[in-house]
Design a protein around this ligand. Structure first.
Ligand code: HEC
Length: 174
């Protein structure tokens, strides 16, 4: 019985991947729980958003069909501060494995940063992007990753095998 109740406790309070469970979202800076009440009506119940809120998996990652749209959203909403290739400008680089906030190593953490913002110029995105667009912007940030595939924990093992670290080419489109 002791083992059973331990399993139940892990299931309820979050064993971080031990037991499949809904991810929990927290503000990147102050750690307060995030709910998505303020999210725009549009784009709340796409397949990708539903899947992500259930499992923390972003089905747009390395999904050819949405990459163009993902790139456009990033270039409109993020590149001005983070650079065309995520190399960093007035905002920090997003294309390597160094994170000011280590939670951004996971897609649940990255989504929380987009939704709730961080400090200074990194304002919350809930008024500017739909939840679905946040997942698209994230997919492009992940696509720009220049680190080794085995450090890309947001990819499935199969995707890691396929993944080639992004190589910025002077101004040309990928
Ligand atoms: C107006 C400028 C600006 C825009 C636009 C902007 N950011 Fe930021 N971003 C910043 C700054 C400045 C920081 C550093 C904030 C901090 O450290 O608290 C930051 C921090 C971040 C971080 C945390 C990085 C880390 O090392 O942990 C992520 C992730 C991020 N931004 C992603 C994005 C994405 C994706 C977009 C577009 C949807 C975006 N940002 C749009 C300025 C911006």
């Amino acid at each position: 019985m002791r083992h059973l109740s331990l399993a139940v406790i892990i299931a309820i309070f979050g064993g971080g991947g031990v037991v499949a469970q809904q991810p929990q979202f927290f503000n990147t800076v102050d750690g307060s729980p995030l709910n998505f009440d303020d999210a725009m009506e549009e784009g709340r119940d796409t397949e990708a958003v539903k899947e992500f809120l259930e499992t923390g998996v972003n089905i747009y990652n390395e999904n050819e069909e949405v990459m163009k749209e993902a790139e456009d959203i990033y270039n409109t909403m993020c590149s001005g501060c983070h650079g065309h290739y995520g190399e960093g400008k007035i905002g920090p680089g997003l294309n390597d494995d160094y994170w000011t906030y280590p939670q951004n190593e996971t897609d649940v953490g990255l989504f929380s940063t987009l939704y709730g913002g961080a400090t200074g110029q990194m304002g919350p995105m809930w008024g500017s992007l739909t939840l679905d667009e946040m997942l698209l912007a994230m997919a492009w940030v992940r696509h720009l990753y220049t680190g080794e595939p085995d450090t890309a924990g947001w990819l499935t093992p199969e995707q890691q095998e396929e993944f080639t670290p992004y190589k910025p080419k002077g101004g040309a489109e990928e």
